[in-house]
Ligand binder design. Structure first.
Ligand SMILES: Cc1ncc(COP(=O)(O)O)c(C=O)c1O
Length: 451
């Protein structure tokens, strides 16, 4: 039964059990409530507001762009800002990724990648069976039916299961809870990659179009990442069995992990890379699927020349212009370098939190850091979901003036509590210290509440 805490108005809120404090405005790393309370946006919404709130340069640019041109349909026109944005995105991607298909968000981007992979094989080989996308448990790739079919978060899938495509799932590189009893991250990385080969063999390579992975896991098991060998092996396996590799950088991309794309940490070489969220820092909805020249030319030059896909707002000049401006600011202000420096500082500082009995695991890259809570550090036993640890830590943090990104279900779809820390990547050292102080107070209080 719902707790009916949401405000009574005409909005269909996402969760009727939440009270939705009203935000008046944003300023740098802060969200400011109508009562004047200041919250450090410790998760940038959901790893979105990468350059922080209230950026005046973006506001001015947006005004001028709207006055010049706000909308044209991508099926008929091109505009300088669309081309400029595509060029800059390609320059941020690993070498070889050259053509940018614009959409309006992350789910549209992963769904586009899925269709692109399918059409690639149809155009290349004529009639083909290749259609399955192998993905992983403890992954999130979006909420639309295609992207949800690739998603491996049980809680998000369960109710829609009858509507989903039956795509195969393998284990995540979730070292803390790896199913093989692996002692090192390298071992987990190798065993997780080997599962891909086993799954391709069991499905039959002629039925598999692509494999999709996040480089650093977002909401499903925040901060988990493999060692480089994982993506080396994935590339090798995909080449061996003629399968495309899709990298989902919706959350981890766009500077969030201290590199332009998180793929760069592993020198990963995907055939299609998807971005959204931080791409525009939340100043406008936008996403993109970026493919190699081989994929582009197979469909668009040697093939039919027509990608059977499209959304009305995809590639609108305004969103492209804003995203390009955001990337320009990030480059000019060296925010990615800042992210790497502050991320390392923060994750080292967070080590101190292991003194609390409920802090089980801390992992991440750059300013994309996950903290997992446990009932028993030795056995890694999670709290029962009825204890609502993720709800409690959220309330404690908000009380301190810090916004975390809570999540759960990483153990068995229901149990397992964690938070993601992903503050704006232009956060200063002093602001990181303040964030840490607030977080530690909230965790100390949670420990006392639970034991
Ligand atoms: C890795 C990843 N892929 C895809 C998505 C879906 O993006 P959106 O919510 O913009 O549709 C998300 C959203 O959290 C994500 O984290």
């Amino acid at each position: 039964m719902s707790l009916n805490k949401a405000p009574r108005n005409n909005v269909f809120y996402r969760n009727q059990n939440w009270m939705y404090p009203r935000i008046e405005r944003g300023e740098g790393i802060y969200l400011i409530g109508e009562n004047g309370k200041r919250y450090i946006d410790g998760c940038s919404g959901s790893a979105v507001a990468n350059i922080g709130h209230g950026n005046k340069e973006i506001a001015q640019f947006t005004k001028e762009h709207i006055e010049r041109i706000a909308f044209t349909h991508l099926s008929r026109w091109t505009v300088d800002s669309i081309e400029k944005c595509a060029k800059r995105i390609a320059s941020w991607c690993p070498e070889g990724l050259s053509h940018v298909y614009f959409v309006s968000g992350g789910s549209e981007a992963t769904e586009t990648a899925m269709k692109m992979a399918r059409q690639y094989f149809v155009e290349r080989d004529g009639k083909t069976n290749k259609w399955k996308i192998i993905s992983k448990w403890n992954s999130y790739h979006g909420a639309t039916l295609g992207s949800l079919s690739m998603t491996g978060t049980i809680g998000r899938r369960k109710i829609y299961d009858p509507l989903l495509a039956s795509f195969p799932k393998i284990s995540q590189f979730y070292h803390y809870r790896n199913p093989w009893g692996a002692k090192s991250l390298e071992e987990t990385s190798i065993l997780a990659a080997k599962e891909l080969e086993m799954e391709i063999l069991s499905q039959g390579q002629d039925n598999v179009a692509a494999f999709i992975s996040e480089p650093v896991v977002g909401s499903a098991a925040p901060g988990c990442h493999p060692e480089k060998i994982y993506f080396d092996m994935v590339r090798e396996i995909c080449d061996k069995y003629d399968i495309l590799f899709i990298m989902d950088e919706v959350m981890a991309g766009s500077g969030r992990t201290g590199k332009k794309m998180a793929s760069d940490h592993f020198q990963a070489k995907p055939d299609i890379l998807v971005v959204a969220k931080g791409l525009s820092s939340g100043y406008t909805p936008i996403g993109a699927a970026v493919c190699t020249t081989e994929v582009f030319e197979t469909i668009m030059v040697k093939g039919s020349g027509n990608f059977i896909h499209g959304h009305t707002y995809a590639g609108n000049p305004l969103s492209c212009g804003i995203a390009d401006k955001v990337m320009e600011i990030i480059e000019r202000e060296n925010y990615i370098e800042n992210c790497a420096i502050q991320g390392e500082y923060l994750i080292n500082k967070l080590d101190e939190l292991y003194k609390y009995p409920i802090v089980g695991d801390i992992r991440g890259k750059g300013l994309m850091i996950g903290i997992e809570f446990v009932k028993d550090k030795e056995t890694k036993e999670p709290f029962d979901s009825s204890v609502n640890v993720k709800g409690k830590i959220t309330l404690n943090c908000l009380e301190e003036g810090l916004v975390p990104y809570p999540g759960g279900g990483s153990v068995d779809g229901v149990r397992g509590d964690h938070i993601l820390l992903a503050p704006p990547i232009n956060i200063t050292r002093e602001e990181v210290d303040l964030l840490y102080e607030k977080l530690e107070t909230a965790i100390k209080k949670l420990s006392e509440q639970l034991f």
